[in-house]
Design a binder for this molecule. Sequence first.
Ligand code: ATP
Length: 248
Amino acid sequence: MRELSAIFEIKQLSKRIPAGDGLSGERLLLNHINAVIQEPESIAMMGASGQGKSTLLRILACLESADEGELYVHGSSCRSMDRTKWRSQVCYVAQQAVMLPGSVEDNLRTVSRLHGTAYEEQLAIRLMDRSGLDSITMKKSAEDLSGGEKQRLALIRSLMLRPSVLLLDEVTASLDAVSGRLIEEVLMDWHNSEGTSMLWVTHHADQARRVASRAWTLEGGKLLDSGSHSLPDWEEDKEELLGSVNQA
Ligand SMILES: Nc1ncnc2c1ncn2[C@@H]1O[C@H](COP(=O)(O)OP(=O)(O)OP(=O)(O)O)[C@@H](O)[C@H]1O
């Protein structure tokens, strides 16, 4: 156990990938990244395509390994924790929802069973209603849902684990504008009532401004933290911040 436990901490995290473009060797996709979440927060994760946002989220959820570095949730290292337990506390929601076999209800119950948590039926119904899935019966086959419905079910499945940190990989990208805003509201209400920290990968500055109080931007393998800079000015401040990170 460490002395002062942040909710979540990333220390010196690096990931190498094949150099690509016919080149031999490797290149650093993530270059000694450090970040900390001290108290419940909603953070936007931004950066151009291919900078490594999804890879970073998958590493944070222990779905992929890093080459160097360490992760902590509430002071416990990912190296010392069982992976299933880690994933129930640091939960990844992919851009393309993957359904488990069976019905909508099976999907919700299976996750609780796998993680050894009680199935909260009333909570499931409330979240389905709030997410615009009130007309879907619990007995419907999950595979028969539309892409947007699957995405919302996957989100509800993750919320029901009551994680400390929720990693959201462009989770509204497959939704129409109205459903997307509805899901933003559901997630922000959850963040405010349950204290779950949220990390939203998004390409949209307007979404970042609606859901986050700060932004982490991946650029050239480094993570730039907007810190106390207000999000509307973030793009203007980025050059200055990038300069200071590169000099560090
Ligand atoms: N294991 C791997 N082997 C080879 N290349 C990899 C590996 N993992 C990631 N990459 C490459 O690293 C880059 C970053 O991918 P990633 O999906 O993390 O980016 P991203 O920032 O999420 O992009 P987008 O915004 O387009 O979703 C890509 O070029 C990807 O092909």
